[in-house]
Design a protein around this ligand. Structure first.
Ligand SMILES: *Cc1c(COP(=O)(O)O)cnc(C)c1O
Length: 401
């Protein structure tokens, strides 16, 4: 398999894949068997037990690995540095389990709510990890936040829901210089728009539930590394902890990945159109979108987030409405093409109220500090006709009164 030189749109379809050697099937069969026959004790074909090895999961893991730019050959690591988990949080938890009690993790302050909860309410207690959350959109905060026990820098960019951007190349360089492992939650961009490993990160993580699965019908998570020694450590922990992606869900993920390239292009194009339009709307106080010149880190976003060299702002827009909570509720209740729901990254457009929905578990004071107000609405722009999306936003903004 030689996919290294191919462009992401081709890799999404063919990366790490080859037709089934037995039948020629172009999609790998869903291999449900939990165990595999051995010819003699210890003599097998590379598959012993499905928690440890599964051909459908491997196929999906290799595809994300190649998409994220891992160059580990299949002969060195059977899934080429890609690892699939039962959820995004299971993937994050597995990274934290590679650390020792007392280690410090420096993380972005504006994290996905569930990640913040895992850090502060579970791992701080169960594993004795020390978490320092700082604003990594200013890389100079890093030097102050790290101490000699710091073993991991955890970054999310753009952040959720304020869409702050962290300079991945600068953070990777800091990590390398100080011997600290770096990991980036790349869920909001997908490998089509941003590839942290190519910017020097050690680990790239995804909630596959979002853009990668893309159809709001599967929960899963990924880790990818381009470092063979780190891949071996992740494989050991994936197998030891056991929070793996099932064969059926691996098939769904792989199916989603095949269309990732065309979906991301459409998400980005439609989001750009709507963000520009919303910025002019009288009921809108502020639009936060990395593709708009009004974004405080527009230049960095243009460098770091691209589709085949062309700047791309992603599929998520945060909008601060000019009104109060009651007006915001009215607007959200009036949506008919956008569905009012948690999650993001699916083919259908979703609207979310972070303060009440996804970020309810973030303490009030921190929410206020981050700017997650009662009038903030996060939009996940789907692949519907953008004119219908605009009409829907227009009538619902009118409904605010
Ligand atoms: C959804 C999400 C997660 C958690 O993933 P699950 O698949 O829901 O466990 C982590 N990070 C980000 C940015 C997310 O959007």
């Amino acid at each position: 398999m030689q996919h290294k030189s191919m462009r992401p749109g081709t890799t999404a379809v063919h990366g790490g894949q080859s037709p089934c050697p037995l039948t020629g099937a172009v999609m790998p069969p869903i291999s449900l068997a939990s165990t595999y026959a051995q010819a003699s004790p210890g003599e097998h074909q590379g598959f012993e037990y499905t928690r440890s090895h599964n051909p459908t999961r491997y196929a999906c893991e290799r595809c994300i690995a190649v998409l994220e730019g891992s160059t580990i050959p299949e002969e060195v690591d059977p899934s080429m540095g890609g690892f699939a988990f039962a959820s995004g949080l299971a993937a994050i938890s597995t990274v934290l389990d590679m650390l020792e009690t007392g280690d410090r993790v420096v993380a972005m302050d504006d994290l996905y709510g569930g990640t913040h909860r895992l850090f502060s309410q579970v791992k701080a207690r169960s594993q004795g990890l020390d978490f320092a959350c700082v604003d990594l959109s200013d890389p100079s905060t890093l030097a102050e936040a790290v101490d000699e026990n710091t073993k991991l820098i955890w970054v999310e960019t753009p952040t959720n829901p304020m869409l702050k951007i962290a300079d991945l190349a600068a953070i990777a360089e800091f990590g390398r210089a100080n011997g600290i492992m770096t990991a980036c939650d790349n869920t909001f961009c997908s490998p089509m728009v941003q590839r942290p490993l190519e910017l020097g990160f050690d680990i790239c993580m995804h909630s596959g539930t979002k853009f990668i699965g893309g159809h709001s019908d599967v929960i899963g998570g990924f880790l990818v590394t381009g470092d063979a020694a780190l891949a071996e450590r992740i494989r050991f922990h994936q197998n030891s902890i056991g929070s793996i992606l099932s064969p059926f869900d691996s098939y769904l993920m792989l199916r989603g990945m095949k269309t990732l390239s065309i979906r991301m292009q459409r998400h980005c194009d439609s989001a750009m159109h709507l963000a520009k339009w919303l910025e002019e709307h009288p009921r809108v106080r502020r639009v936060i979108y990395p593709g708009l010149p009004s974004h405080p880190q527009y230049d960095l976003a243009r460098r770091q987030m691209t589709i085949e060299g062309t700047p791309a702002g992603g599929g998520i827009i945060s909008v601060d409405l000019d009104g109060d909570l009651a007006g915001t509720r009215k607007m959200m209740e009036s949506l008919s093409v956008f569905t009012l729901a948690e999650s993001l990254g699916g083919v259908e457009s979703l609207a979310n109220h972070p303060a009440i929905m996804t970020h309810a578990s973030v303490p009030d004071a921190l929410r206020a500090e981050l700017g997650i107000t009662d009038t903030l609405v996060r939009l996940s722009v789907g692949i519907e006709d953008v004119a219908d999306l605009q009409d829907d936003l227009e009538q619902s903004l009118d409904a605010m009164g």
